[in-house]
Design a protein around this ligand. Structure first.
Ligand code: GLY
Length: 379
């Protein structure tokens, strides 16, 4: 299979996202033009390093590029001040210079953390993203959002710092557990729902095949998702407007993640998928989209054997009012007003602040009570 290239044209911060098989094994060739000396500094996490670090070392070695590696603990807790400090101090111990390149090998946690460390080290060094989860390939590795969590919430500290190159190796997806793959697929579905009805139809037809392991379908899903993300990021790099569309489903998701303690009870992409279903339900109740749209969203999630309802989340959840108040912590709050990403239909998301809280509370209450009033309407 040939490698697809998606350009992210941002002037002097432009870069390519290369998508295809065998990219880790060819990492030296892919990265060599970026390097001022034949050496890179790789930051990864334990689980990913076990699977892919030696392959990366070999891939770099083919072209005579050496590497040093820092291996951090796996998991969301790594996106912390403590590990930013540890990473930056390690890079300084290693005497990484302004013209050198740091490599993030991992999922969204590693990409966000290493990108942030690269943004602040010597006021900014270049970094390459090698995303190893589907979620990171289609979303977090592209677009330059980097950052960490604090006790106040997720991603509240960070910087826009674009990578110099993204290598999305489709082979690597074969090492993911099914649950992690499907969680990443939540972000893929999001792209169809927010801006491309044809892509959503394509996913309805091809989603089961790509989940079953079809490499060509996987590559095409990643390519189309990345192209959509690149188009939006180029229009609105620092999220003054359109980029917020990428947060479809995320306001609900962030509340659910907080309610489940950012634990294994709910993976981020699972929360996005449920959040998209709730966002469509809210849109339908507000008369914005057709009544059939939420059912169609949920039918696809169900067909993919994904979580789609609040009752798919194990354990107790807080009530609707408490969930609504957790939504108030969202970064999209402006002047105390929650901004929602809603939809006029499949593939037509819009940003709006005009959402009566009692309608949101009603959607949540019904979802908590019945597995959603939604279920009563089919799907
Ligand atoms: N993940 C949303 C964004 O990059 O804007």
């Amino acid at each position: 299979m040939a490698v697809d290239v998606v350009e992210v044209p941002l002037g002097e911060r432009s870069y390519e996202v290369r998508i295809g098989p065998g990219l880790v094994a060819r990492a030296g060739e892919e990265m060599a033009p970026l390097l001022q000396r034949p050496m890179v500094w790789v930051v990864s996490e334990e689980a990913v390093a076990r699977l892919h670090l030696q392959g990366l070392k070999d891939g770099l070695g083919v072209t005579g590029i050496g590497m040093e590696a820092l291996i951090l603990p796996a998991g969301e807790a790594t996106k912390s001040w403590e590990h930013v400090i540890g990473t930056v101090e390690w890079l300084l111990d290693e005497k990484v210079e302004r013209g050198d390149v740091v490599v993030a090998l991992g999922g969204g946690v590693i990409g966000d953390l290493v990108g942030f460390a690269a943004a602040i080290l010597r006021r900014g060094v270049r970094f390459v993203q090698i995303p190893t989860s589907l979620l990171a390939q289609v979303d977090s590795s592209v677009g330059g959002k980097t950052g960490i969590n604090t006790r106040h919430g997720k991603n509240l500290v960070g910087a826009f710092h674009q990578p110099s190159l993204v290598l999305a190796d489709i082979d690597v997806l074969g090492t993911l557990a099914e649950r992690d793959f499907l969680a990443g697929y939540g972000e893929v579905v999001k792209y169809g729902l927010l801006g491309d009805a044809n892509f959503f139809s394509w996913l309805e037809a091809n989603g089961p095949g790509l989940a079953a392991g079809d490499m060509a379908l996987r590559q095409e899903a990643v390519r189309r998702s990345v192209q959509m993300k690149a188009d939006i990021v180029v229009r609105d790099e620092t999220e003054q407007g359109d980029r917020a569309l990428l947060n479809l489903g995320h306001t609900f998701c962030h509340a659910l993640e907080a309610a489940t303690g950012y634990s294994d009870r709910l993976l981020h992409g699972e929360g996005v998928a449920i959040g998209c279903a709730l966002a469509f339900e809210l849109s339908a109740r507000l008369g914005l989209c057709a009544q059939e749209d939420p059912s169609r969203v949920r039918a696809h999630l169900s067909n993919m054997k994904m979580k789609r309802d609040l009752y798919d989340i194990e354990g107790e959840l807080p009530g609707a009012t408490a969930l609504l108040s957790l939504m108030g912590q969202d970064k999209k709050v402006v002047d105390g007003q929650l901004r929602f990403i809603l939809a006029r239909g499949i593939g037509e998301a819009v940003v709006t602040a005009e959402v009566p809280q009692d309608v949101v509370r009603g959607v949540l209450a019904d979802a908590l009570a019945t597995g959603s009033g939604l279920a009563l309407r089919g799907a």
